[in-house]
Design a binder for this molecule. Structure first.
Ligand code: FES
Length: 342
């Protein structure tokens, strides 16, 4: 980290505004008596905003007086944290992230453009409207490369930038416009470039609809595609064996609860060894509330449930959820309780 010093050119006069003083005294009140210096960092931030984006030495001294601190202690904090500017900035102050994720995604190109358009770091453009600084990660790495631009309206993030899109933002700001913040490549947030790939409504409904062993009185999530087993598929084999229709009926898509259990109070699924609060919540969210449902699972059901609740494959079988579910449905004691007694 480089040494940071106060600006050589300082204003001859400076005084915090009444509103800034009030805001700082509100922060001071949050700390016990005698500990008012704990409010120094928010006080520096407020003073910086009040002074137009930087901290003149007179502002630091005024804070020292307000917080009953030696001036050198105030200087120490202000010069340590790079969020505090020690020299004047432009009307729109650009902080460009140059940390690895942003660098890998092209921050060097932004840097070249900023140098061309504004000048070297810490300099202010000829019209006084723009200045810039390279900083470390600003916490928006998933939308790299990005900048934070601070002005009288606040601090704004512009993300997923190219040199061209950032330059367009700067032109708009310099022209007095207010370009919308956020990603500049069409993304809404940090979803994949090609669009969201999870939690799409149709896909979710299809998966939930086919969940096994849901209770019979439940509401059906989605009737639209709830096609019954095709007669042609089962009837061809049926003439030879009378049992065929029963098997076909058993393969019907299962229905599940959508708004809670309707067959009485739900069982405490955590009594099944291997099911904790998280798995219980996951199972409930898929319409599984009762021991008898779990006790009736077959191998295919187990496989499907493991996928639905993101369980490690083989875990349900290893922990014998089905066996335990059957026993508990018949009024048996939880496995853990039996062990505790032995
Ligand atoms: S690395 Fe640039 S925002 Fe994190």
């Amino acid at each position: 980290m480089s040494a940071r010093r106060l600006a050589i050119r300082q204003p001859e006069q400076f005084a915090l505004s009444a509103s800034a003083k009030k805001e700082i005294s509100n922060w001071v009140k949050k700390y016990p008596k005698g500990r008012q210096r704990s409010a120094l960092i928010p006080a520096l931030w407020i003073a910086q905003k009040d002074a137009g984006g930087w901290l003149p030495e007179l502002a630091l001294r005024e804070l020292g007086d307000m917080l009953d601190m030696a001036y050198i202690r105030v200087y120490e904090v202000a010069t340590f944290y790079t969020m505090f500017n020690l020299e004047p900035v432009g009307v729109h102050f650009v902080q460009m992230c140059g940390t690895t994720p942003c660098w890998l995604r092209g921050s060097d190109e932004l840097k070249v453009m900023l140098e061309r358009k504004i000048g070297p770091q810490r300099s202010i453009s000829a019209d006084g409207k723009l200045s810039w600084l390279e900083v470390e990660c600003l916490g928006s790495c998933s939308n790299a490369p990005m900048v934070q631009i601070s002005n009288a309206d606040g601090d704004h993030y512009y993300e997923d930038l190219t040199a061209e899109t950032l330059e367009a933002v700067l032109d708009d700001l310099a022209a007095g416009k207010k370009p919308p913040q956020g990603p500049k490549n069409g993304r809404f947030s940090s979803e994949p470039i090609g669009g969201a790939m999870a939690l799409t409504t149709i896909g979710t409904a299809k998966r939930i609809k086919s969940l096994p062993n849901a209770a019979a009185k439940a509401k059906i999530v989605d009737h639209a595609n709830d096609s019954k087993p095709k007669p042609a598929a089962k009837k061809k084999a049926a003439p030879k064996k009378a049992a065929a229709p029963k098997k076909a009926a058993a393969k019907k898509p299962q229905v599940i609860y959508t708004d809670g259990p309707t067959d009485g109070a739900p069982d405490d699924l955590k009594l099944i060894k291997g099911i904790g609060p998280k798995f219980e919540g996951d199972l409930n969210s898929k319409g599984i509330y009762y021991f008898r449902q779990i006790g009736a699972w077959k191998a295919a059901d187990i496989k499907m449930v493991e996928e639905l609740i993101d369980s490690i494959p083989g875990r349900i079988k290893r922990d014998e959820w089905v066996k335990q579910g059957k026993a508990l449905a018949k009024g048996g004691k939880p496995r853990a309780m039996k062990k505790a007694k032995s």
